[in-house]
Design a protein around this ligand. Structure first.
Ligand code: NAD
Length: 487
């Protein structure tokens, strides 16, 4: 953070209200969200946040926060999700620093206006696309990757020169509190605030007038968010979930497919929006694939997965109870053990699952993987297209014509061929859903663009002004007009 910005900020207490609401930028520190947004908007309108220097200073400050408090974040993630350090680094702590590094190394190029050619009848003129910040954004985070899914949208907001209010998920309280404690120590408090709370606070925040709302969570709450946004025609990015189909074709490398699917499904105990939600295995390889998958689970988590240091826990008893009910949707081929006091469910493979069963009707979002059998590529395409568009589609196949046929006949937010789940870790790949799994893309330049107004600017010279071509009376010069303005 630059000295100028540091000096401009009076030190204020971070926790300011008995309602567990943290409003670092507000002198009152109350639930007066109207004032909070107005203060941030006044700061935005001062123009401070537009410069590349300010954006870079904020990104560097966020980077320092992640490094200086890595231990605090590991502890918070352990407390919320019993997440081990390797996974915490991969998707939360070190992921954030690497994403910030990526943005810092490209930001100046992204900010540059893009020049465009203009038609000769308007010469001399110049057209360009500028990327203007939108203003003050609201970021509503979720709990499964409580750092990445709250701070990654913030990186995008900063990169485009916006102010933001961040509302971490109440379901991962330790991480939310860590964000609320440290972020104001590092970032420009006039531009950013953290609000802790649950549904009442989110509802009150959604009543404010925002310039952008970024929501990560489930489809039903997304509809509440979009309804609130519609009142002010506020643009939204909705990062939602869904049931991600994972196809294992007869040509697939079954051992590799099993390992990668197991990694994707059981990473973070299955609580991943991009995880394989169910497998469609071709009949001729289904038995062999299931054998490989079972062996992989024993390799990964041992015979007693409850004691594996690499397997986390279900985030809450509410989600534990929901998941246990899904175990009745088929035959337990592997796993199935559970311990409510420990919020533990073993990595579980379900077979003989009916497409009408609960495990195939709702997003699983836990350590249970239904495996269904299919006969043909056509059946796969029909199965996928009969359901809402997923966030990710995964295809294990060594036959490129099958791969191409399935990709070009289906729709999903993103897709992985011969792998799964990892697409959000590629900083430049657009990440986000389509249809029921969301709208809007982010990460890297896509995040910068999501938080920018692509403003077309056409500039003319006044030195030449040929009236006959464009001004009334239109009657004269018809021939010339037909030449330069063909239909
Ligand atoms: P959720 O929709 O219940 O909650 C998300 C946020 O919404 C929380 O901050 C919460 O406080 C707020 N909220 C909850 N109820 C609300 C209400 N009635 N009014 C206003 N705000 C409310 O989602 P969740 O259970 O936290 O997350 C699970 C879902 O999120 C899954 O569907 C998963 O696939 C999806 N998800 C998507 C992504 C992605 O990047 N696309 C990432 C992670 C999770």
């Amino acid at each position: 953070m630059s000295d100028a910005i540091l000096e401009s900020q009076p030190k204020q207490p971070t926790t300011t209200s008995s309602t567990n609401t943290v409003v670092p930028g507000s002198s009152k520190g109350s639930l007066d969200f109207g004032k909070l947004v107005a203060d941030h908007r006044a700061y935005f309108l001062s123009g401070v946040t537009r410069s590349a220097e300010w954006r870079e200073s904020q990104l560097r400050a966020l980077h320092s926060m992640m490094k200086d408090h890595a231990e605090d974040f590991y502890a918070a993630l352990w407390s919320d999700l019993r997440r081990n350090r390797i996974e915490a680094d991969f998707v939360d702590v070190k992921f954030m620093t690497s994403e910030i590094d990526h943005v810092l190394s490209h930001l100046r190029r992204w900010m540059k206006p893009v020049p465009l050619s203009t038609p000769y009848q308007l010469a001399p003129s110049h057209a360009e696309v500028r990327f203007d910040p939108l203003g003050v954004g609201l970021i509503i985070g979720t709990w499964n990757y409580p750092l990445m899914l709250t701070l990654s949208p913030l990186v995008a907001a900063i990169s485009a020169g916006n102010c933001a209010v961040i509302k971490p998920s109440e379901v991962s309280p330790a991480t939310g509190e860590a964000i609320a404690r440290f972020l104001p120590e590092y970032l420009d408090r006039k531009a950013f605030s953290v609000v802790l709370g649950a549904v009442p606070e989110t509802t009150a925040l959604l009543e404010q007038q925002w310039d952008h709302i970024f929501f990560t969570g489930g489809t039903s709450v997304a509809k509440i968010v979009m309804t609130a946004a519609a009142k002010n025609l506020t643009p939204v990015v909705l990062e939602l979930g869904g049931k991600n189909p994972t196809i294992v074709h007869s040509s697939a490398n079954l051992r590799v497919a099993a390992r990668r699917i197991a990694f994707g499904r059981w990473f973070n105990t299955g609580q991943t929006c991009t995880a394989p939600d169910y497998v469609l295995a071709f009949k001729d390889v289904a038995a062999e694939f299931l054998k490989c998958l079972k062996e992989t689970l024993v390799e990964f988590y041992g015979d007693d997965p409850q004691n594996s240091p690499d397997l986390g826990r279900i985030v809450s008893t509410h989600h534990f109870d929901r998941l246990v009910k899904l175990l009745d949707s088929g035959t337990i081929f592997h796993g199935g053990q559970q311990d409510r006091n420990d919020r533990f469910i073993a990595p579980t493979i379900l077979t003989n699952v009916s497409p009408d069963s609960p495990a195939m009707q709702e997003e699983v979002f836990g350590p249970i993987l239904p495996v269904l059998e299919v006969d043909s590529v056509q059946e796969v395409i029909q199965f996928v297209n009969a359901r809402p568009s997923p966030l990710g589609l995964y295809l294990f196949s060594e036959d490129s014509s099958v791969t191409e046929q399935i990709l070009s006949s289906t729709s999903s937010g993103d897709a992985d061929v011969n792998d799964c789940t990892l697409q959000p870790t590629i900083h430049d790949l657009p990440f986000g859903g389509v249809g029921n799994s969301g709208m809007g893309k982010y990460h890297g330049e896509w995040g910068f663009r999501a938080y920018s107004n692509a403003r077309g600017v056409l500039s003319h010279s006044t030195k030449i002004d040929i009236g006959g071509l464009r001004y009334p009376p239109y009657d004269h010069n018809r021939i010339l007009r037909e030449i330069v303005m063909p239909s």
